[in-house]
Design a protein. Structure first.
Length: 214
């Protein structure tokens, strides 16, 4: 992370209408490979007739539903990645924004304006709160934004799979879940801890450490 004094306050995020949704689809062979990683029961269950209209024609089984939902999660991640890269928000530039506002408050804090002007805002409490927040952020050890949204992606995939599994009376083990997430990320060309070399690191992304059994 760059040093705070060299970081500018974050700029505005783009308007919703200006955010272009990323495009992503699994190839047919990748789709089949992912289906093999899901519980067999999901592969054998067909989508109920009343639900077929909500899915593309290729979605025929519950396993296909999982993969279709996984595609949407990946698209959301890819879209968010672009937004974050263009308008990054991190601890350093948050502190820079606080410092800029506190500097703007100096005429009020130092008594350089008349009382009537000073009473427009509650500058004493505001400056104190900003100073406290600055100290709080300085003590935080947050991972970079890219890692945070990668963790959100991994956990969203896990939740997606788990919901379909539980709703259809199937089960999925931790290793199978990690293999599915690892394969999804590989097919989407998203950099991540490879399961073969860094299984524990991947597991911490899929299931936050505070939720892991002790």
């Amino acid at each position: 992370m760059p040093r705070a004094k060299f970081t500018k306050p974050p700029g505005p995020l783009p308007a919703i209408g200006q955010i272009h949704r990323s495009e992503f689809r699994f190839r047919d062979d990748q789709w089949r490979e992912l289906a093999k990683l899901l519980p067999c029961k999901l592969v054998g269950l067909e989508v109920p007739p009343d639900a077929k209209a909500r899915f593309p024609e290729k979605v025929k089984t519950i396993a296909d539903c999982v993969i279709q939902a996984t595609e949407e999660v990946v698209i959301t991640y890819l879209t968010a990645s672009v937004v974050i890269s263009e308008s990054p928000i991190n601890a350093a530039n948050n502190r820079a924004a606080i410092r800029r506002l506190r500097e703007a408050l100096r005429p009020f804090v130092c008594g350089w304006v008349d009382d009537e002007t000073a009473d427009i805002i509650d500058w004493r409490n505001l400056d104190a709160k900003l100073a406290a927040r600055d100290r709080e952020i300085a003590q935080l050890r947050l991972p970079p934004a890219k890692r945070r949204i990668l963790a959100m992606l991994c956990q969203s995939i896990e939740v997606c799979v788990r919901q379909f599994v539980c709703a259809n009376g199937a089960t999925v083990g931790e290793q199978d879940m990690l293999r599915y997430v690892d394969t999804v990320l590989k097919f989407a060309r998203i950099k991540h801890p490879n399961i073969a070399k860094h299984r524990d690191r991947l597991a911490k992304l899929v299931v936050p450490s505070e939720q892991l059994p002790h």
